[in-house]
Structure formats: C-alpha cells, structure tokens
Design a protein. Structure first.
Length: 132
C-alpha cells in the first residue's frame, strides 16, 4: 500500500482555531488543547448571554419607566397599572418605546398617562371577550 501524506491539514485546522482565540490571554491563545477548550467555553457563553441580554434590557426598561413615573408627583400611577391600561386601550407601545419616551420626553409620558386616565375602556375590551 502506498503512503499518503496528509500535508498541512492539521496545521490549517489549528491555525483556524487560533484565529478565533487570538485575543485571549496567555496559554488560552497559544496551546492547542487549551485553545479548543476556550473556544467551546466562549461559544457556550455567547449563546447563553444572548438570552440573558434580552432579560437584562427588559428589566432596564421597566426600571426606567418606573423611575420616571415614581419621581414625579403630577401623576399617580404604578408601572403595572400603566402597562395594563396601555394594553387595554390597544396602544401599540412596547416597553422599549415607553422607556425612551420616559427618558427623553418625560412630559409626553405624563400626557399619555393622563389621556389614558380620562378615557373610558370600551365594554367589549373590558369584559375580556372580543365582540364584533
């Protein structure tokens, strides 16, 4: 049987992994076994933290809205009541947009909240059943 030379396949594979971990410190960017372990760990962390980021941002938006509502005495609202009434009146404002309005234009948030308080909820929306 003839001898088959593999060429530089293994070296190509290792350099490809090294490019991924080139910014890591110490042995984590130099030793092949450690590099593979660190690459797996980095990818696992990235996958986990993408979900974590969504949770963190939602919490940030909630605390921003709650902070702006709580600091001003013109409006007597609790965060949960505000979001519930926005939903009941079918206003398409999610927490991200409401948080941006609260931070940048606090008066607009108070105007929206006061308008919500003034208007009555239609009976069809109040009962929970959709009436056509």
């Amino acid at each position: 049987m003839t001898r088959i030379k593999r060429g530089y396949i293994a070296r190509k594979r290792r350099t490809k992994i090294r490019l991924f971990t080139s910014s890591f410190r110490g042995a984590h960017s130099r030793l092949t076994r450690t590099i593979t372990q660190q690459k797996i760990k980095a990818l696992v962390s990235a996958h986990r933290d993408r979900d974590r980021k969504k949770r963190d941002f939602r919490g940030l938006w909630i605390s921003r809205i709650n902070g702006v509502i709580g600091e001003n005495k013109k409006i007597y609202y609790i965060y949960s009541n505000l979001m519930h009434n926005l939903y009941k009146r079918q206003l398409l404002l999610n927490r991200k947009i409401v948080a941006q309005i609260a931070i940048l234009k606090g008066n607009c948030l108070f105007m929206i909240a006061n308008e919500i308080k003034k208007t009555k909820i239609p009976r069809s929306l109040n009962s929970g059943k959709v009436v056509e």
